[in-house]
Design a protein around this ligand. Structure first.
Ligand SMILES: *Cc1c(COP(=O)(O)O)cnc(C)c1O
Length: 233
């Protein structure tokens, strides 16, 4: 077994244990391997080891890498901050889900470019649940209004919410952020707006994914626990 294979197996076991702790079927949780800074070869290894979903946070890096990804996959996720002028290039890569929509302006561009491709783009609203200045995402109180506006757009569909837990030594500190996102998720779900299909709750990374699962996450985004520490060159 390669170390990537071993790491994936361990993460899956930890997901199962966390899910069982709160009475959730582990199969309802999707593991996204976050492959930023990793080579296409590493992505291929992860896909061969049973990963179906992977995520990137930069459009240009993803475009280059995807050319070398030869193993079939279910879904390429875009999880990073997205600039309007990169939308067209991103859509060419066929992202199954864009996790990071945080403005009407950006959503309009995604809808317009998707229309040209005759597609409907699935996306999540990114919410800044921790209130940290350094984080992207809308403020929680803006979510309902923005969801109402975005669902008016023709070629886009909202599939849920995403957040990044606060930066802290203590993973437990993220629990409040995840709980806030879950509450918001339930609130939006109850509104039953057309084209608002609250399916995915994307939260939890290497340091806090078990807590995210306990708080209701069904999409977890894990990088370093699978591939090791990232080296930025
Ligand atoms: C890098 C990144 C991750 C994965 O982080 P790890 O701590 O390596 O698991 C998850 N989500 C987003 C948005 C990221 O940018």
């Amino acid at each position: 077994m390669t170390s990537i294979e071993q790491n994936i197996k361990q993460i899956k076991d930890r997901i199962t244990i966390a899910a069982q702790r709160v009475g959730i079927n582990p199969q309802d949780i999707t593991l996204i391997a976050v492959t930023k800074t990793q080579s296409a070869e590493s992505v291929n290894l992860a896909l061969k080891a049973g990963i179906m979903d992977f995520g990137e946070n930069k459009v240009q890096e993803a475009a280059r890498k995807l050319e070398g990804v030869t193993v079939p996959y279910a879904c390429f996720h875009f999880i990073g901050h997205l600039q309007t002028n990169k939308v067209k290039a991103l859509l060419k890569l066929n992202p199954g889900l864009i996790h990071s929509v945080d403005s009407l302006h950006l959503a309009r561009e995604i809808s317009a470019e998707s229309a040209k491709l005759n597609r409907t783009q699935a996306m999540l609203l990114q919410v800044n649940t921790s209130g940290e200045q350094s984080k992207y995402g809308i403020e929680p109180h803006q979510a309902i209004k923005l969801a109402e506006e975005i669902t008016q757009l023709p070629n886009i569909s909202i599939k849920g919410l995403m957040t990044i837990g606060r930066l802290s030594e203590e993973a437990e500190d993220s629990r409040q952020d995840f709980r806030l996102l879950k509450d918001l998720f339930d609130t939006l779900k109850k509104l039953q707006m057309p084209k608002l299909d609250m399916k995915w709750l994307s939260m939890g990374m290497t340091n806090d994914f078990e807590i995210a699962i306990e708080e209701g996450a069904n999409l977890v985004r894990i990088g370093s626990a699978i591939f090791g520490a990232r080296y930025y060159t």
